[in-house]
Ligand binder design. Structure first.
Ligand SMILES: [Ca+2]
Length: 413
């Protein structure tokens, strides 16, 4: 029979053991020593894309068919449609490609477009420290008259140094001519570009000091079509402010698109582990990074506590966990009536798990407040880098892969 003292000791040791078990219940997650982020798990293996069109039901009753136009692109990044319906596609390794008739039998020209600038790239797309060569592409709003094409790319300066530039060239029907840099950043950056209704070229940047109005990193810049600064930019003439800056406090923008109704520029950006955002850009406003965010740091704690955007311009959409937002577009066509006005956003991976990329659709009310959100094409397990509407009213996606694909979404018959 136990005496009270030994019973007490037994209980105490049980409590101590249980406590130790509780404290060690969480496993230790391996961290990358260089980037101080968790080493990603294996995730879900990407599935080979289907050889035949695949049909899916979707939430609004819009039955779709997905067609693989080509899978012979290497890490495609962005696309733009020429007036004849051909598609220009950038590849991150610094090649510009053309696909003719992408809405029907899509033929990828095996030769890259001549005349495009030399670029630098490094690392594996999606891996820590990756540098993209070619990034975004945009046509001038009056392309039909002037044939001007704009590219953002990582520009080698010498053996060791590089930066990011906007190159502008003239499309002569098969190649770029008269190519020159119209704007060069002081440091390398990931970048999207888009023309606004005001005819200005908006450029998102990444980098240090998003809160410092006297630097160009972590900002959205507003430029004229020749790369010079328009005189009505919000900080023109203010001491300690770069005149190119339109908005500040951005983390890692990967989507930029003009709202077809309001003409406002919408931007999406990646939070760390959670806190991806869509923002509506307004001249001179501060969007908060890194002072405010809804996300957690890669190590686990909230980026700020309490999370939120007190005193700063809040996002219109947030994601927790992160979906690794990428390209973004508004749907304005008539092929998918139920999707009119909706925002489509590419996801590279969700919740830090490889193999979970997909396409998201967001429905807003007339006040730009979110009503519904739908994830599509998870079955493919692909990183969706880009989404754009074609002149035919269909949606076109790029997958971020070594055997990168153009996918076409059309209504199922
Ligand atoms: Ca923000």
């Amino acid at each position: 029979m136990l005496n009270p003292r030994s019973l007490n000791a037994t209980l105490l040791s049980f409590v101590a053991v249980a406590g130790a078990q509780f404290a060690s219940a969480q496993q230790k997650v391996a961290m990358d020593p260089n980037f101080h982020i968790p080493i990603a798990p294996t995730g879900l293996a990407a599935r080979p894309l289907p050889d035949h069109p695949v049909e899916f039901d979707t939430a609004e009753g819009q039955k779709i068919r997905v067609v693989v136009v080509t899978k012979a692109l290497e890490y495609p990044w962005a696309l733009a449609f020429l007036p004849d319906g051909s598609m220009l596609v950038t590849e991150r390794a610094g090649r510009l490609r053309i696909i003719r008739d992408p809405g029907r039998n899509g033929v990828l020209d095996p030769k890259p477009v001549a005349g495009a600038p030399a670029s630098y790239w490094a690392g594996e797309s999606g891996g820590p420290g990756a540098v993209h060569g070619y990034m975004d592409i945009a046509l001038h709003p009056r392309f039909a008259e002037n044939h001007l094409v704009y590219l953002t790319y990582t520009k080698p300066l010498d053996d060791k140094k590089r930066t990011t530039a906007i190159a502008r060239g003239r499309w002569d029907g098969s190649a770029l001519t008269d190519v020159k840099d119209i704007f060069v950043l002081p440091e390398a950056s990931t970048s999207r570009i888009a023309f606004g209704r005001d005819g200005m070229l908006y450029m998102s940047t990444t980098g240090r000091d998003p809160q410092d109005p006297n630097t160009l990193g972590g900002k959205v810049l507003r430029l004229r079509d020749d790369g010079t600064v328009p005189p009505d930019n919000p900080f023109v003439g203010q001491a300690g402010h770069r005149p190119e800056v339109y908005t500040l406090g951005h983390r890692s923008a990967l989507g930029l698109a003009m709202h077809p109704g309001t003409g406002e520029m919408w931007e999406n950006e990646n939070g760390p582990n959670g806190g991806d955002e869509i923002n509506i850009l307004k001249a001179g406003l501060n969007y908060g990074w890194p002072l405010v965010s809804y996300g957690r740091t890669y190590q686990g704690p909230w980026q700020v506590s309490p999370p939120g955007h007190v005193g700063f311009e809040p996002p219109v959409v947030i994601w927790i966990p992160a979906i690794a937002v990428s390209g973004m577009t508004f749907y304005t066509g008539d092929k998918f009536p139920k999707w009119k006005g909706d925002v489509f956003v590419g996801s590279l991976r969700e919740g830090e798990i490889p193999g979970t990329g997909h396409l998201e659709r967001i429905l807003f009310n007339e006040n730009m407040e979110e009503l519904r959100r739908e994830a599509m094409l998870r079955e493919f397990r692909q990183r969706i880098r880009e989404v754009r509407q074609g002149p035919d009213g269909l949606l076109y996606l790029l997958t971020d892969a070594k055997e990168g694909a153009v996918l076409r979404i059309e209504p199922a018959p």
